[in-house]
Write a protein of this length. Structure first.
Length: 306
């Protein structure tokens, strides 16, 4: 999406990094220092029904600085990175009339890329096709989907994560719907934004990061994660709930694992997710990395001239 006004002197400050690295607290400090607002780039904190398991900023943090895209839509709504790109750029056009700088904070690499680079166009999905593929997966397993994907789109078959059923289903859905390979939609050039973008990613010593993750999971249980998941359990088939912190507890409620095992799995899967986040962000050569960073460190980068 192209923004209408000339914003060449405006700056979007991106604070990215793995879960539990300290993005929220630092972003709030930055926004307070610059007297601006924060846009969340978290694909799960956007859902109203998810709070504890997605580590939504506390009420005090949300009061300190105005945040956008925190608990704004329902898990029953259809939402994706393409819609997020459109919504954020509309919001930025308004915010840049008030501020010279705006902070974008989050760990969802796809959402950040959607804002900074644009996202490939995908057609609206046909629920009938989606339901048919889901039924095929439920009854015949992932091997059946892989056979069809190889037939419809060999390129995606050779590149896609074969252990990711959702990604495979999506590629197959689009290939069947359009009659074109899913991979053919992944060729859009990077969109040019008419505002400046400064990308900063936070990192920590791996042991320290893992300790933070493990401790955060324990705090989530102390503040009611199990009870939150119990309320959502009847809706567990909704895609938005295929999320670390909830899916492990759903397995516990199904009697598949003990509560202790669910806690350990949440910790392990969160650490695994953090590694994936780091891999994603490290692919972007425009990103500046900071370890054990302070507000002063970040502000020096923000204030650098191009």
């Amino acid at each position: 999406m192209k923004m209408a006004t000339n914003l060449k002197n405006k700056q979007l400050i991106v604070i990215a990094g793995p879960t539990a690295v300290g993005k929220t607290a630092l972003s709030i400090s930055i926004a307070k220092s610059l007297n601006t607002e924060i846009i969340s780039a978290d694909s799960r904190q956007i859902y109203k029904e998810l709070q504890i398991g997605t580590a939504v900023p506390s009420p005090e943090e949300l009061e300190t600085v105005k945040h956008h895209f925190i608990r704004t839509i329902s898990i029953h709504d259809t939402y994706n990175a393409g819609k997020y790109e459109e919504d954020v750029n509309l919001l930025l056009e308004k915010l840049f009339k008030k501020y010279d700088q705006v902070v974008l904070c989050g760990g969802s690499g796809l959402y950040i890329d959607a804002v900074c680079k644009g996202i490939d166009y995908f057609p609206e999905m046909d629920p009938a096709i989606r339901n048919k593929i889901q039924k095929q997966f439920d009854t015949e397993g992932i091997e059946s989907l892989l056979e069809d994907l190889l037939k419809y789109d060999p390129e995606s078959f050779n590149k896609i994560d074969l252990d990711n059923p959702k990604r495979i289903q999506k590629a197959l859905e689009i290939s069947i719907l359009t009659g074109k390979p899913y991979s053919s939609f992944l060729t859009s050039p990077v969109k040019k934004r008419n505002y400046r973008i400064r990308k900063i990613a936070l990192d920590l010593n791996r042991e320290k990061l893992y300790d933070r993750i493990n401790s955060r999971v324990i705090r989530m249980f102390e503040t009611g994660l199990k009870e939150e998941a119990e309320k959502l359990y009847p809706l567990r088939k909704i895609n938005a709930l295929n999320t670390v912190g909830y899916k492990e507890l759903f397995d516990h409620f199904d009697g598949k694992i003990s509560l202790e095992d669910a806690i350990r799995k949440i910790q392990s899967n969160t650490r695994k997710y953090a590694r994936k986040q780091l891999t994603w962000f490290r692919k972007d050569i425009e990103t500046r990395w900071l370890k054990d960073s302070t507000l002063e460190d970040v502000m020096k980068i923000i204030e650098e001239t191009e």
